[in-house]
Write a protein that binds this ligand. Structure first.
Ligand code: SF4
Length: 152
């Protein structure tokens, strides 16, 4: 039995970084920062940011323009994306607890706790569904982001 989340609904680092990248781009205007600039602003390794940006592009939330003056920009879908959608996309839809791993739990076939945890997980996501990336950069977060960005 393997506990997937060590502490409640703790998110993967990549999930949180994906949301930070989207928020950073939401205040970028026409500036189109590069992945390297976003990584520096968010104080994370470039390689980690690049993987997250690639996944955000795959999801259609971020577009990258190459060449001089190029960089990253939110797509319309990215600006309107719900926080719940992004968290689900990065976390996957696995259970909070892996009941059937290498050493399956003996309660697996008739466990009320498993259903309760699944409902709690869904409630967690549902609470994030009404929130958009644009909502997340309202004051005070947006002005703070603008204050720490290398290029606006
Ligand atoms: S079956 Fe129930 S008790 Fe066993 S690991 Fe899953 S949630 Fe926990």
């Amino acid at each position: 039995m393997r506990i997937i989340y060590a502490s409640g609904m703790r998110l993967l680092r990549s999930t949180d970084l994906a949301l930070r990248v989207l928020m950073r781009l939401a205040v970028a205007g026409e500036a189109n920062p590069t992945t390297r600039e976003v990584a520096a602003d968010m104080e994370v390794p470039y390689t980690h940011a690049a993987k997250v940006v690639a996944e955000l592009q795959h999801l259609g939330l971020v577009a990258a323009r190459r060449g001089r003056g190029g960089g990253l920009a939110l797509t319309g879908a990215g600006r309107e994306a719900s926080v719940g959608f992004v968290v689900r996309a990065f976390e996957g839809d696995g259970d909070v607890v892996d009941c059937e791993g290498n050493a399956p739990c003996p309660l697996n076939s008739a466990c009320r706790l498993r259903g309760a945890l699944r409902r709690a997980q869904e409630a967690f996501y549902a609470s994030l569904d009404p929130l958009t990336v644009a909502d997340m950069v309202a004051a005070p977060t947006g002005p703070l982001l603008l204050g720490i960005t290398s290029r606006v």
